[in-house]
Write a new protein. Structure first.
Lengths: 395, 401
């Protein structure tokens, strides 16, 4: 089993050193890079224009310079992105795409124009009225607008042929990622929660064909491997923006928590919807976005997130749900009271933990996680029900 | 009858009508504050505005109980306090500030923020009622693009179809035309009233804008609303002709622009603090937010107008807009409300302040507060900031003289 371990180690290091990974990919491919803020950037267009799409999901460090633009009650991911941009960490980027799904993202895109004038920014607005017939046409227009911006930046046009290739390349990558999440759940002894996160995160910084090939190699090895040696892992479904920082991941690993499936913006939400085979590439990209359900950043009548979480728990045989709440993330915070009620009704236990990306210690989380795991291990009683419900809310 | 008496009467009537409509089995909608109410008025649907109601609850100092109710349901204290008040009210259904009937449908327009998408989505889910959404993409370009207009226009047509289905009646385009006309006219008179503050001294006590605003939100498409603003303008013109300022017992010494929503639970305290220093609010971004003007019958124009409000525009527009207001209203100082509830207004403030101050040389201060959560405001901090503003303006004047 040396080979998968080497490859796993390679991807984990790539995730831990984003800047070096991006610079290496740029050197290896001879391509320039375009930054892609959360969420749902059209990476296919960036690729077809000849750029490396690079994910921008904050980071552990935060310089006081973000305070020139943002109040302290802004989410830590966006404060980190502003900090790093102002500190020149992103100077290797030729441009940045910011889809403005929430009010904070709208403001960050506007501040970027002012604060980081050396890196052109292209704000994008995705449609929220996904049920309206006008939404698909609007989104296609938005993709065309961004395609033209990227063509200008690249100094060359994007052909339909190259767009088809790019879309297929990303569809393949997404399907390999989907397969990986399924396999990882059966091998928690090899793919811990932290390792799983790092492997998925390295996607954002690497050259995608290289990433896809390595991940596919890991998948093949996992398929050959016997199931987990750990006969009794605690399996949970995790939901929220992202599973960071490391302090949290260390707590998960210390408690031998196995991620049975995730509903995270940084992980499965980006690859769980398969593209259709019908229509032009731009139409297929639009459809893939409009088919997304249960996502806090997309308005959805009837809000199916709770239903999805319950289904995920039942399908994977998970014992409960881990809710990782990024503090000040309003779309995520608004969903919680609604799906919490549904989890309660379904008798599914959950643990709610509030996080900031800049957090370096996790003592209080550690204690609560231990309690959560103990309950999941020893009883099937619902933590979400009962009189001490508030004990699971960290404020 | 004075305009103030008429204002109070109209607001009472507005809430009574909604309760009566519900009692009679008519449809009631909850709508966001800058939404095309013309569609609902045409369909004779009673409309209530949760933001207005939450503000009234805040001003009557009875928000805390509802905030805590929502928080006990799992709503984070970081979430917009209007939403927390309203989602609490939705279950408690009782407030000393007055009651509103529960909705049969939700009418949501995100030109004011994306927070309302989540808030209204939750109401619709909890009450199991339909939500009509008009998605107005944020304008990162300076002007509203044709691409956006096409999308919004498409949704207006969708909304009409949805309303026809809900009411089982066909949409009366002649009535719609008439309501569009009234709405534009009302908006014009609202703007005219706010422009009276250009006079020095201003005959308008700017905090009145916060009160009259309730009617431009709730009754823009109604003749009574139109009549109110006409009357108010007449009164202000008389005051101006008589050379009267905003107050009987205080002189207007400093003219300010207020950025952001009022601190409703401390409306009177903030007002009195300003008045103590002779500071009058003469300008804000509020007047233009409801100056929604378009030709009756022009759906493209309507789409553009509803997407053109200040908070839905980019930072360059914001800077130009505030700088123009400073000049037009002879503003000495700017007061920015760093409002814990409103991320969309807050997270552009620092850059806006830098540029507007550089361009206009006006003095500025920023204070921490919240639109309805009384726990996020300190009167002592507010007063210190205001005092410093007054001193700086005075010093600049002396230096200038």
């Amino acid at each position: 089993m040396d080979k998968p371990q080497q490859e796993i180690g390679f991807l984990c290091r790539a995730a831990d050193h984003p800047r070096e990974t991006v610079l290496r990919a740029m050197e290896k491919t001879g391509k320039r890079a375009v930054g892609c803020f959360p969420l749902y950037t059209p990476d296919e267009l960036v690729d077809a224009a000849g750029f490396l799409p690079v994910g921008m999901w904050g980071g552990p460090g935060e310089s006081p310079r973000s305070g020139q633009y943002l109040q302290p009650f802004c989410c830590s991911v966006m404060r980190a992105n502003m900090s790093q941009a102002l500190d020149g960490v992103y100077d290797m980027l030729s441009g940045v795409l910011i889809p403005t799904f929430c009010d904070t993202l709208k403001c960050v895109a506007e501040n970027w124009k002012a604060g980081i004038p050396n890196i052109p920014v292209f704000p994008m607005v995705y449609p929220q009225n996904v049920g309206s017939a006008a939404a698909a046409a609007y989104l296609e227009d938005e993709f065309i607008r961004i395609k033209e911006k990227l063509e200008q930046l690249a100094g060359r046009g994007i052909t339909e042929e190259s767009l088809v290739e790019s879309f297929d390349r990303f569809e393949r990558c997404r399907s390999v990622m989907r397969e990986f999440t399924g396999l990882a759940a059966s091998h928690p002894d090899l793919i811990s929660a932290k390792t799983r996160h790092k492997i998925l995160k390295s996607y954002y910084f690497m050259d995608k064909p290289e990433y896809t090939e390595i991940l596919n190699g890991i998948n093949e090895e996992l398929k050959k491997r016997k199931g987990s040696q750990d006969s009794n892992p605690v399996r949970v479904v995790v939901t929220g923006l992202m599973l960071e920082p490391d302090a949290l991941l260390n707590v998960l690993d210390a408690n031998r928590l196995c991620i049975a499936a995730d509903d995270l913006a940084q992980e499965s939400r980006i690859f769980r919807v398969q593209g259709s085979r019908e229509g032009t590439v731009l139409q297929r990209m639009a459809r893939r976005f409009l088919d997304q359900r249960g996502d806090p950043f997309l308005c959805e009548q009837g809000k199916s997130r709770g239903k999805h979480l319950i289904e995920m728990v039942r399908q994977t045989g998970a014992a409960g749900v881990l809710i990782v709440m990024m503090k000040f993330c309003e779309p995520e915070e608004f969903d919680f009271p609604v799906y919490r009620k549904e989890l309660d009704q379904a008798g599914i236990p959950y643990l709610y933990i509030e996080l900031e990306q800049s957090m370096s210690q996790a003592e209080s989380i550690s204690t609560r996680m231990e309690g959560f795991v103990e309950v999941l291990r020893n009883t099937n009683a619902s933590l979400g029900n009962g009189s001490d419900r508030s004990a699971h809310l960290l404020r | 009858m004075t305009s103030k008496e008429m204002l109070n009467r109209l607001l009472d009537q507005h809430y009574q009508n909604a309760i009566e409509a519900k009692r009679q089995g008519k449809l009631v909608a909850w709508a966001t504050s800058i939404s095309p109410q013309e569609l609902l008025e045409t369909m004779d649907i009673a409309v209530v505005y949760p933001e207005n109601h939450a503000a009234a609850i805040g001003a009557r100092k009875c928000a805390l109980e509802l905030l805590e109710h929502s928080e006990s349901n799992g709503y984070s204290t970081d979430i917009c306090s209007y939403a927390r008040v309203n989602l609490g009210y939705m279950e408690v259904l009782e407030s000393p500030a007055g009651n509103i009937p529960l909705p049969d449908l939700i009418f949501c327009c995100n030109n004011i923020c994306n927070t309302v998408l989540k808030w209204y989505e939750n109401i619709a889910k909890e009450l199991n009622i339909p939500m009509i959404l008009i998605d107005l993409p944020f304008n990162h370009e300076y002007e509203v693009t044709e691409q956006n207009v096409r999308y919004i226009r498409g949704q207006l047509s969708d909304a009409i179809k949805q309303l026809e289905k809900l009411t089982k009646r066909s949409f009366d385009y002649a009535k719609f035309h008439e309501i569009m006309k009234i709405s534009s006219e009302t908006a014009g008179w609202w703007k005219k009233a706010s422009l009276m503050a250009r006079a020095k001294p201003s005959p308008l006590n700017g905090f009145d804008l916060f009160n009259y605003m309730a009617v431009i939100v709730c009754m823009r498409g109604r003749k009574e609303g139109l009549e109110l603003f006409k009357l108010w303008v007449r009164e202000l013109e008389e005051r101006k002709a008589a050379g009267l300022g905003p107050w009987k017992d205080q002189e207007e010494k400093i003219r300010i622009l207020w950025d952001g929503i009022a601190c409703w639970p401390y409306l009177s305290a903030t007002y009195k603090t300003l008045k103590k220093y002779g500071i009058n609010l003469v300008a804000s971004t509020y007047p233009d937010s409801w100056t929604i003007l378009y030709e009756a019958g022009d759906l493209d124009g309507m789409a553009r107008a509803y997407s053109s409000n200040y908070v839905n525009r980019n930072l360059d527009y914001g800077v130009d807009n505030l700088s123009d207001l400073v000049k037009e209203f002879s503003v000495d100082g700017l007061i920015f409300h760093s409002n814990r509830s409103c991320k969309l207004m807050d997270f552009r403030q620092y850059e806006v302040i830098r540029r507007v101050v550089e361009r206009t040389n006006a003095t500025s201060v920023i204070f921490d507060g919240d639109q309805t959560d009384p726990r996020a405001f300190s009167l002592a901090q507010f007063e210190t900031r205001i005092q410093s503003l007054a001193e700086t303006v005075e010093e600049k004047r002396k230096a200038g003289a």
